[in-house]
Design a protein around this ligand. Structure first.
Ligand code: FA5
Length: 354
C-alpha cells in the first residue's frame, strides 16, 4: 500500500503492514488495531508526545500521527475484505464454514426498462379508458397476415421477414402457417373476434423478424398495438390520441410529424415520427436517427373497411383507428439508450442501471 507518510513514521507503518499482511484471522487484525490505534497504542503514544516537542514541530507531528492512523486502518480494511472473500470462497466450495462472517451479499434486482415503459404506457392508456390485451407469440398466418388484408401473394409480406415454425410433416416451414408473430397487429384480429364495438384496447408484446441487426433494428423487439373501434371515429381522434400519449410519456410537447404510410390493414395510413433527442447531445453522426433528426416511432391509420368486415364488424356503421408503437424505440428515447441491442443483450452491467 502506498502512503505519503513522513519518513520517520514509515518504519512504524512497515512493521504494522507486515503483521497485517501475515494475519489469517479477524482476531489477528484486531490485535494490530489494538497495538497501533487503541489507547496506549503507537499512534496514541505519538500524540501524547506532541506537547513535549518544540512548537514549530507540533503541527507536523500531529498530521503525521493521523496519517499513520489512516494508513494502518486502510491496510486493516483491505486485508479484512480479502479474508472475508477467501472465507466466502471456501464456504462456497464446501471447505470450512465460519458462522461469524457476513453472508454472501444479495444483489437487488430491478425492472427491465421495457417493462417499466410498458407499465407506464398501460397506466396512461388505462386512464384514457383503454383495456389491456395479450396475445400469443406463436401465431397463425391467418391472424398475422390474411385477416389483416395481407394474403399470401401480397408484396407487403416482404416487409416482414418471418420466422416460420417447423411443423412435422410439412414440406416447407410456412406450409402449416405457424409463425412467430411479426407485429402485434395480429391481436387486432383477436380483439375484433372477442369484443363488441365500441371498444379501445392496447396490446404490448414481443415480436420477431429476421432482421439484419444494427443500432436501431433487432430481431426480437417490442411493440404496443392500439385499436379503437366505434361510431364516428376520424383521423382527428387518432392524431389527438397520439399527441396526448406522447405528452404524457415525455411530460412535455414532443415534436412529431405525420407522413403517408402504407399498411394494407389501414386506409389512410401514416407514419408518425418523433424528433430525435440524441442529435442535440451526440451531434453529427447520431446512430439512432442515422442523421435524419427524426425517429420512426408509430405507424398508424384508420382501420381498413375490409379488415372490419373480415371480423364481422359492419364498416357502414363502425370506423376505427389503429397504431403500432415501436415500444423498444420509445424505451431508447426515454432512457437515452443509443443502441437497441442493449435491451435484449442480457448484460447485467446495462440492466443494473435501471
Ligand atoms: C408494423 O409492424 C405495423 N403492424 C404497425 C401498424 C399498426 C401500422 C397499426 C398501422 C396500424 P412496422 O413494420 O413499421 O409496422 O413496425 C412498427 C414499428 O416497430 C416501427 O415504427 C419501429 O418503431 C418498430 N420496429 C420495426 N422494426 C423494428 C426492428 N427490427 N427493431 C426495432 N424496432 C422495430
Amino acid at each position: 500500500m502506498e502512503t505519503t507518510l513522513q519518513p520517520e513514521l514509515q518504519g512504524h507503518f512497515e512493521t504494522a503492514q507486515a503483521r497485517i499482511a501475515a494475519a489469517t484471522s479477524a482476531e489477528e487484525l484486531r490485535a494490530v488495531d489494538r497495538d497501533y490505534l487503541d489507547k496506549g497504542g503507537v499512534v496514541a503514544g505519538l500524540l501524547a508526545a506532541i506537547p513535549t516537542l518544540p512548537p514549530e514541530q507540533r503541527r507536523g507531528a500531529g498530521q503525521g500521527a493521523n496519517q499513520l492512523k489512516t494508513a494502518v486502518l486502510g491496510a486493516i480494511d483491505v486485508r479484512k475484505a480479502e479474508l472475508e472473500a477467501d472465507a466466502i470462497q471456501a464456504a462456497r466450495s464446501g471447505k470450512g464454514f465460519d458462522p461469524t462472517l457476513p453472508g454472501t451479499p444479495m444483489r437487488r434486482g430491478s425492472l427491465h426498462p421495457v417493462t417499466r415503459v410498458t407499465r407506464e404506457l398501460e397506466d396512461i392508456f388505462s386512464s384514457m379508458g383503454y383495456g389491456i390485451l395479450d396475445g400469443p407469440e406463436v401465431e397463425i398466418d391467418a391472424f398475422n397476415f390474411e385477416r389483416l388484408n395481407i394474403p399470401s401473394d401480397h408484396p407487403a409480406r416482404d416487409m416482414h421477414d418471418t420466422f416460420w415454425c417447423k411443423v412435422d410433416g410439412a414440406e416447407r416451414d410456412s406450409d402449416m402457417g405457424l409463425l412467430l408473430r411479426t407485429h402485434t397487429s395480429c391481436v387486432q384480429v383477436r380483439a375484433m373476434e372477442k369484443l363488441k364495438p365500441p371498444f379501445r384496447v392496447v396490446v404490448p408484446g414481443r415480436v420477431f423478424r429476421q432482421e439484419s441487426v444494427d443500432a436501431s433494428h433487432e430481431h426480437t423487439f417490442h411493440q404496443m398495438e392500439g385499436l379503437v373501434v366505434g361510431e364516428g371515429l376520424t383521423v382527428g381522434h387518432l392524431i389527438g390520441t397520439m399527441k396526448t400519449f406522447l405528452r404524457e410519456v415525455f411530460q412535455k410537447e414532443i415534436e412529431v410529424r405525420l407522413r403517408p404510410g402504407y399498411f394494407p390493414f389501414v386506409e389512410p395510413g401514416f407514419e408518425l415520427d418523433a424528433r430525435c433527442p440524441f442529435c442535440e447531445t451526440v451531434g453529427a453522426g447520431c446512430k439512432v436517427c442515422k442523421q435524419t433528426s427524426w425517429v420512426e416511432l408509430c405507424p398508424c391509420g384508420m382501420v381498413h373497411p375490409s379488415v372490419l368486415k373480415l371480423s364481422g364488424i359492419d364498416p357502414e356503421k363502425y370506423t376505427g383507428f389503429a397504431f403500432g408503437l415501436g415500444l423498444s424505440r420509445l424505451v431508447m428515447l426515454r432512457y437515452e439508450i443509443d443502441d437497441i441491442r442493449h435491451l435484449m443483450g442480457g448484460d447485467t452491467r446495462f440492466l443494473s442501471q435501471f
